[in-house]
Design a protein around this ligand. Structure first.
Ligand SMILES: C[S@@+](CC[C@H](N)C(=O)[O-])C[C@H]1O[C@@H](n2cnc3c(N)ncnc32)[C@H](O)[C@@H]1O
Length: 430
């Protein structure tokens, strides 16, 4: 947390194995601007004007989260801190911390936010950077924006999707699968849009991770949006297919689920460490004979005579549709970060077009809610790409210059129960 407070980017991934650390770390980061706002206002009201050292800021922020969000009594919080901090340090901060926590009880959001602009208020209330709101606001009305933000902050409001790792799912498996849930009292529902897709409330995810069918690799835990994207890709028999940016391999697994050995799937990933992750996932899901190349997708090393029938370009992006699972990404959002992703996406799209056969199919997707990584990116390539039909399941694209962009669509947490995605499907012009 001290590194995070010093504005260094710290991935949450490595803390996943310790549920308690992961919980506090991810939740405090999720609400960081809100916590910091209440923290600074309370310190000001105590006329404490010095800047807190990062370590102290972590302790104040943690104490604030526990008393405000979890309603822990001050006495219990102090006992926990005393047990976990060095004695001398704890006693040196105790008196001021108690003063702070007592004053915090008088803190009022209404009063503190009174003179703020609408964007500042949403930013603090929904713990989201104002940069994000400014980018999304031209395309979304205020109630929809707030609905999406509420779902992007609250893990327990969401669903976990379980996808049967064989397609189609046979009746015997379906009966056994449902029975396993009934026996363990996990409320499960079949999905109306896709075969073999089930949902459970997020609070039961831990139970699923302990189940035999999960440990056997019988299910893929993935966002419904990922399944929708592979459904859109619609790989066919005898095709040469490329998954250009493949790690950690969720969509690769979903492609493998629907193709048979009469199609050839080649996958590629730039980052070596992520290839290791991908290999682990493939072996966990019992997926064999997978070719993973470690190349830069921008200069993909293919022969001029070998072109692909179908390419999935699930491009690297800001991740602005994934704050529910990647809250640390919120505080990386700024124009520099967005621009860097835009440049990379542009080069990858150029490369994908070059790698496709004439009339070959490109599906481009990003887990981003910014138009710059979706509609505006695609607009630059319409000379080479013919838009194809997008299923009704998707929301229309954002309007650019007053018009929706054909061949593209969007998924939103509030409308589809997925993460935020942009998708586009195109045929390479002959
Ligand atoms: C959105 S993620 C892909 C997620 C993946 N399709 C899945 O469903 O699990 C984008 C990936 O592109 C990779 N990447 C970034 N730059 C790349 C490049 N120049 N060439 C190929 N892959 C790249 C990133 O390392 C990251 O793993």
């Amino acid at each position: 947390m001290e590194q995070f407070i010093n504005s260094e980017y710290v991935s949450l991934e490595k803390y996943r194995k310790n549920p308690i650390i992961f919980h506090y770390y991810s939740e405090i980061i999720r609400y960081w601007n809100k916590i910091n706002f209440a923290l600074q206002s309370t310190l000001r009201s105590l006329q404490f004007n010095r800047k807190l050292k990062p370590r102290l800021k972590v302790i104040y922020g943690y104490s604030l989260y526990r008393t405000f969000w979890e309603k822990v009594k001050i006495g219990n919080l102090l006992k926990a801190l005393e047990l976990n901090l060095e004695q001398n340090f704890f006693y040196s901060i105790k008196v001021n911390l108690i003063k702070f926590l007592k004053r915090l009880k008088t803190f009022s959001w209404d009063l503190a936010l009174k003179n703020k602009t609408t964007i500042e208020k949403i930013s603090i209330e929904y713990a989201i950077p104002s940069f994000f709101i400014q980018r999304i606001r031209p395309y979304m009305d205020l109630p929809s924006l707030k609905d999406n933000l509420r779902l992007m902050n609250n893990f327990n409001l969401g669903k976990t999707y379980l996808i049967w790792n064989k397609y189609p799912m046979d009746l015997d498996s379906e009966i056994l699968f449902r029975k396993a849930h009934e026996e363990s009292n996990i409320p499960i529902k079949g999905d109306d849009d896709f075969d073999g897709l089930y949902t459970i409330p997020n609070e039961y995810k831990k139970e699923v991770l302990k189940s035999t069918y999960f440990k056997n690799g019988d299910i893929i835990i993935a966002d419904k949006g990922s399944l929708a994207i592979i459904d859109l890709l619609n790989p066919q028999k005898h095709e040469l297919i490329l998954d250009l940016c493949a790690a950690p391999g969720i969509k690769t697994a979903l492609i493998k689920r629907v193709i048979n050995d009469r199609s050839i799937l080649l996958t590629n990933e730039f980052q070596r460490e992520r290839i290791a992750q991908m290999k682990n996932l493939m072996s966990f899901l019992n997926i064999q004979d997978i070719s993973i190349l470690n190349a830069d997708g921008i200069s993909f090393p293919n022969r001029e005579t070998i072109k692909f029938d179908r390419i999935l370009l699930d491009a690297p992006c800001s991740g602005s549709g994934t704050f529910l699972i990647n809250p640390e990404l919120k505080w990386r959002q700024n124009s520099g970060f967005l621009h860097q992703n835009e440049l990379l996406q542009k080069k990858l799209i150029q490369s994908a077009i070059r790698l496709l056969k004439p009339e070959g199919i490109l599906v481009y997707s990003t887990c981003s809610l910014y138009s710059e990584e979706g509609e505006k990116q695609i607009q630059q390539f319409l000379e080479y790409l013919e838009p194809l039909k997008i299923p009704q399941f998707y929301s229309p694209s954002y309007k650019i210059d007053g018009r929706e962009l054909s061949g593209t669509g969007r998924l939103f947490p509030a409308t589809h129960g997925t993460q935020g995605f942009f998708v586009g499907k195109f045929k390479k012009k002959g």
